[in-house]
Write a protein that binds this ligand. Structure first.
Ligand code: SF4
Length: 617
């Protein structure tokens, strides 16, 4: 198929044409020889967001290391570009070679969040690829999915030919070997391919599973449609992260992106077990990279990109066992080159002034803490192992260290939350504010900037709260208003996340296959970029749900029983459902569970044979 010639007038009329023109430093170009398997890595959001995603860089590198494969990138065009492309009849194309997506062998979407689902449909439509797996023919690309939202793929099940559950770099090689056989005619067509790919551990082929429902709408069962297909699909993980590939020369965008720096992935998983956090459970067990490996990766990637900032990346950076030596090594290596080091998501109970001082030797920006809840009782319910004294001590250390800009993250609507807990958020913020102003004036060179940010709690699959209802919209609204009232101060800024988006996200997160029609209807009524508050249309989603006879309350505000069959029960993230229920009971009793390094609760993740479960993080 021909490549696309992008008309100049089209690029002139869109915001940030560099999102579409490619040609970035370190982007991979190959000669599209016969026999080269073509993979389009699609990120269902704009370039600026997608290029900030580490998985994209890793999988791009893993696929392009294969001589027989060329992986290119594709992002959702922003609305201005989409309008222009539709008006000119230009199909969706890859960035590297501007080849229409329809000409690829595999079109793979990373599903980072549920609110990108309509963008997947929009991208398939713009590409001219039939939306549903059953409508695709032998000449259409295989459409696959992956990423955290693929752990419950059910609302999107009919749109995907297959999905990778878990860490893609572990599975993609086996999948691509099979795609090659299909391409060479050694597998007799698409249907046969899907049956074979379903036998690869970690690969889920939704069309090979049938879902039955109870009269009240709950799932009765989800079973393979024929013998031989595995009844459950267990995620795959990279057991030894030191052996996992990291791009030696990541792509450097030509335009500003959300996280514009070298990423350094310290470890995967999290030992803490915060009960609301899906990532903390689905990425178990914790596996760390050695500091020497990270140091070498950082220096190499910095040299290959010219970035002036290296950012540590992981779910809970300060839990990394080699953080001290790594920080020192990085500062020693990067400071002479005037490259700065950023330390995100520090837990304030293991906060180290010394470390912050070192990391900020070249640049001092704001600090972010995530107490998540305003009272100790609620922090115990969610298993956020941090106390009031930890928080106050950490804020004091930050002020001593010269920081005056602090952001505090909380969630509203957590299970068991009362208005007293909400008021506790304001009380904590006020205490931190007065702590700052009680310091001698010579220690307060700048005005305090304290930001309190709240998001709405969304019960997610594979967490102890998967049985819990989401708080009602009325109650959440009341809590938000109360907090806004209590936080009126010149030093405190209150930010909150949109209620409406969280409501639909809660529908989709624990949704079943019946929602596929709703998602398609919502998209047909004009919904795209639902994660962007100003592009989100609650009324269209509610109409789509009503139109299919589905009540959002069934998905959002209903309490599930212990024996409920979940739409995602045939997917195994490694943490047992029985363990999650035990954790839910602990939450009901406001009892905490120690982190993995102190106590193994036997969650099931030891089945993967490595990481913290075996004393090697
Ligand atoms: S098996 Fe034990 S150590 Fe391993 S992830 Fe589960 S609770 Fe943590």
């Amino acid at each position: 198929m021909h490549t696309i010639d992008l008309p100049r007038h089209l690029l002139r009329n869109v915001e940030r044409p560099a999102r579409y023109t490619g040609g970035e430093w370190n982007a991979v170009k190959k000669e599209p020889a016969d026999g080269l398997t073509r993979f389009a890595f699609c990120f269902p959001d704009i370039y600026d967001v997608g290029m900030s995603n580490l998985a994209l860089h890793i999988l791009y590198d893993v696929l392009n290391r294969r001589d027989d494969t060329w992986c290119e990138r594709c992002f959702a065009p922003w609305v201005d570009m989409e309008a222009g492309m539709r008006a000119e009849g230009i199909p969706l194309f890859s960035i590297e070679s501007r080849t229409p997506l329809r000409a690829f062998d595999v079109v793979g979407f990373t599903l980072q969040y549920e609110m990108s689902f309509t963008n997947v449909l929009n991208m398939l439509d713009l590409a001219g690829i039939p939306l549903r797996s059953q409508e695709r023919g032998e000449d259409d690309p295989l459409v696959c999915g992956g990423g955290p939202a693929a752990f419950n793929l059910e609302p999107m099940a009919p749109f995907f030919d297959f999905a990778i559950i878990g860490e893609g770099e572990e599975v993609l090689g086996e999948v691509m070997d099979l795609v090659r056989l299909l391409k060479r005619g050694e597998i007799a067509g698409r249907a046969a391919f899907l049956e074979q790919v379903a036998m690869i551990p970690g690969v889920y082929v939704p069309s090979l599973y049938q879902v039955d429902y109870l009269p009240d709408g709950r799932v009765a069962s989800c079973r393979p449609i024929r013998e031989g297909i595995p009844p459950t699909v267990r995620k795959r993980v990279v057991v030894d992260l030191n052996e996992a590939t990291m791009p030696a020369a990541p792509i450097v965008p030509n335009t500003e992106i959300v996280h514009d720096r070298v990423f350094l992935e310290l470890f995967r998983g999290c030992t803490r077990g915060c009960r609301f956090c899906q990532a903390g459970f689905v990425y178990r067990p914790v596996r760390e990279r050695d500091p020497e490996v990270l140091l070498e990766q950082a220096v190499r990637a910095e040299g290959a990109t010219g970035y002036d900032e290296v950012g540590m990346l992981s779910l809970s950076t300060s839990d990394y066992s080699g953080l001290g030596p790594l920080t020192e090594g990085l500062v020693d290596a990067l400071t002479p080159r005037r490259t700065s080091l950023s330390l995100p998501s520090l837990r304030i109970d293991s906060f180290s002034l010394d470390l912050m001082e070192k990391a900020s030797s070249t640049r001092k920006s704001g600090l972010t803490f995530a107490p998540e809840a305003g009272s100790q009782r609620l922090r115990d319910i969610i298993n956020k192992g941090v106390t009031h004294d930890d928080l106050i001590r950490a804020a004091g250390l930050a002020f001593d260290g010269g920081w005056s800009s602090i952001k505090l993250y909380f969630m509203l609507g957590l299970p068991g939350e009362t208005m007293e807990d909400v008021e506790g958020i304001a009380a904590l913020a006020r205490e931190i504010e007065s702590l700052y102003y009680r310091r001698p004036s010579e220690k307060r060179r700048r005005k305090l900037e304290l930001t309190v940010s709240t998001s709405m709690f969304i019960p997610k699959p594979f967490t102890p709260f998967q049985w819990e209802p989401q708080d009602t919209r009325e109650s959440l609204d009341e809590k938000r208003k109360r907090l806004r009232e209590l936080l009126r101060s010149r030093s405190i800024r209150y930010q909150w996340h949109d209620l409406d988006t969280s409501y639909i996200e809660a529908v989709l997160a624990r949704g079943d296959r019946r929602l596929a029609d709703v998602i398609e209807d919502a998209w047909r009524s004009g919904c795209t970029f639902d994660a962007w508050d100003d592009r989100f249309h609650l009324d269209r989603w509610l109409d789509a749900l009503r139109g299919r006879g589905l009540d959002p309350a069934f998905y959002v505000t209903r309490t599930r029983g212990e024996d409920e069959v979940f739409p995602w029960d045939h997917i195994e993230c490694g943490v047992d459902k029985a363990y999650l229920w035990r954790e839910k009971e602990q939450a009901d009793a406001a009892q905490t569970t120690p982190e993995c390094r102190l106590f193994c609760g036997d969650c099931g993740a030891a089945v993967f044979g490595g990481g913290v479960c075996y004393g090697k993080a």
